[in-house]
Design a protein. Sequence first.
Length: 62
Amino acid sequence: MLDHVLALSLGGTNEPANLAPACRDCNARKGVDEQRYLQRGYDLAVVGQDAALREWMRKARR
């Protein structure tokens, strides 16, 4: 499955550089973290400080 490194709901795009392969479990875990930020109204600067999401973005951009 393809995952948006930076979710569309957080300002990501459908550009190839923002897409990465991910298993369903990883995609679901990342989605939970992203939803937590959206519900709290956080912006991208705060999202980038989350260790789990930052690590996911680092791995996806290899």
